[in-house]
Every structure is written in structure tokens, then in C-alpha cells.
Design a protein around this ligand. Structure first.
Ligand SMILES: Cc1cc2nc3c(=O)[nH]c(=O)nc-3n(C[C@H](O)[C@H](O)[C@H](O)COP(=O)(O)OP(=O)(O)OC[C@H]3O[C@@H](n4cnc5c(N)ncnc54)[C@H](O)[C@@H]3O)c2cc1C
Length: 232
């Protein structure tokens, strides 16, 4: 991400560190955005890329997005054993627990809580690791029985509650309103391709490298949903 940011700046991108608090739409056209520092920036194009806050930003332009913040907790442990190779990403057969090497020495793990309530909650629950995650990891890999928890954090998936996939492209019937939201926990791996293709759509009016039209906002109107089944 830092690499993209650096290159963007080299190419003339100007970064403004502020919070968008309003989007002005007139006659179904984007006019400007308002920010928390009191600025009103005239513009013809707005791209909603607000991650777990996508729905809040969508509402500013009068658009409903089926995207909710859902807490996910990550845990890093020292396996206390040496590997000759890095473990690939392993997902247990329950589809909820995963683990993989993080930095050669430590291992990153987590297990989704199926009934985790929707909303922003940054509380990191150590007990979830001790009572749920570690026992299951140690059952799969008995050598992890002596593993030591080092750290962890709570973040949020931007969950698309309708089909678990990204919503990309032109949003609704407002000229100049675009978005790339609802990645449902797999946005990092898709981000470079999505960025390139969305820039093509905005610049040329059509996708050129990969046709992403199956991920359009319009699919909620046509009912052509793209269900994602492999989410952890
Ligand atoms: C624990 C965890 C593990 C994950 N593991 C993986 C993985 O292994 N592989 C993978 O591909 N993905 C993974 N993901 C998902 C990945 O992190 C996200 O899909 C990705 O970060 C989404 O990028 P984004 O740019 O859409 O949103 P974000 O990275 O959330 O960025 C949104 C940005 O919008 C800003 N913003 C919000 N509201 C406003 C506003 N009003 N004004 C201005 N700015 C605003 C926010 O501050 C933030 O900087 C994981 C996520 C979590 C939580």
C-alpha cells in the first residue's frame, strides 16, 4: 500500500488527511464534498472506498449499501518450534479457523465468530484465543500445544451482507458517484486489480483489463448476486 501511495504522489496525487462528512449532489450530479475541517471541495467524481464505513459514506450521497462493519480478531503466537519452511495459509474444515506463518518465526491465527454482532467494536478478546482458537490449533498441530501468545488486534471486515463480495463501479443513478466497497475480508488481495479496472471505467467509460461488471451495484436490482463461499 505504501508503494502505491509513494508512486501516486510521484505522479501528482494530492493526499488530504480529513474526514468526509457530506457529499453534495445536485440534479443527480456530484457537486462537492464537505469535510470535518470545514472545507467544501468542488468535484465531479467521488469514489466511496470507505471500507467498513462504506454505508455511512453512501448515505451522504443518498445511496444504500449492504455493507456492515463486523469485528474480526487476529492473534500472533510463537510456535516455539523451528520450521524449515513457512506454513502456507491453512483453513480448517470448519471454514472459520485459519493459521499461517507471519514473519518466518511467528504464526498468525484467528477464528471467526459466526454470530458476531454488526458494529464497530475494537475490543480484542484474549479469552477467545485461550478458550477457542488455541485448543483447535493445537488439536490440528499437536506441536503448537506449547505455543505462546505474543500479540493481536481487532479489526473489521466490510461485510457485504447480501453476497459477501465487492461492490465496484458506478453507484446508483448519480453521475460521478463510484465506489469499491464490501470486500468482506478479501480486499487486500483484490485491491491492485480493482484499482486499475475502476480507473479504466472512470477514464474510458468501460473496463479494459478485466471485466468487473459482475460486481456492479446494479446486481442488487437485477438479482444477479455473486455469492462468496470461501470466507474466513
Ligand atoms: C483481521 C483481518 C484480516 C484480514 N485478512 C485478509 C487477508 O488475508 N487477505 C485479504 O485479501 N484481505 C484481508 N482482510 C481484508 C482487508 O484488510 C480489507 O478487505 C481491505 O483492507 C479493504 O480495503 P479498503 O481500502 O476497501 O478499506 P480500508 O482498508 O478499511 O480503508 C478504508 C479507508 O477509508 C477511510 N474512511 C472511512 N470513512 C471515511 C470518511 N468519512 N472520510 C475519509 N476517510 C474515510 C478509513 O479511515 C480507511 O483509511 C483482513 C481484514 C481483517 C480485519
Amino acid at each position: 500500500m505504501q508503494g502505491y501511495k509513494k508512486k501516486g504522489k510521484e505522479l501528482g496525487v494530492e493526499y488530504l488527511y480529513d474526514e468526509v462528512t457530506g457529499i453534495e449532489v445536485k440534479r443527480k450530479k456530484i457537486e462537492s464534498v464537505k469535510t470535518s475541517k470545514g472545507a467544501q471541495i468542488p468535484c465531479e467524481i467521488v469514489i466511496n472506498a470507505a471500507g467498513p464505513s462504506a454505508s455511512i459514506v453512501g448515505k451522504m450521497a443518498g445511496i444504500d449499501l449492504p455493507v456492515d462493519p463486523v469485528r474480526k480478531m487476529a492473534y500472533v503466537f510463537d510456535p516455539k518450534i523451528k520450521f524449515d519452511y513457512d506454513l502456507p495459509l491453512v483453513i480448517d474444515t470448519d471454514g472459520l479457523l485459519y493459521f499461517r506463518h507471519e514473519s518466518g518465526k511467528t504464526i498468525l491465527t484467528g477464528k471467526s465468530i459466526p454470530d458476531e454482532p454488526v458494529g464497530f467494536n475494537f475490543e480484542w478478546d484474549r479469552d477467545h484465543y485461550m478458550d477457542v482458537v488455541w485448543p483447535q490449533v493445537a488439536e490440528r498441530v499437536p506441536a503448537f500445544d506449547t505455543a505462546k501468545l505474543i500479540r493481536g488486534w481487532a479489526g473489521h471486515y466490510a461485510m457485504n451482507r447480501l453476497d459477501g463480495n465487492a461492490i465496484v463501479g458506478h453507484f446508483g443513478d448519480i453521475a460521478g458517484l463510484y465506489g469499491a466497497v464490501g470486500f468482506s475480508g478479501h480486499g487486500l488481495q483484490q485491491a491492485p486489480a480493482i484499482g486499475k479496472c475502476l480507473s479504466e471505467l472512470i477514464q474510458f467509460g468501460e473496463y479494459q483489463t478485466i471485466d468487473l461488471s459482475c460486481f456492479s451495484y446494479d446486481r442488487f436490482r437485477t438479482g444477479k448476486l455473486v455469492f462468496e463461499e470461501e470466507m474466513v
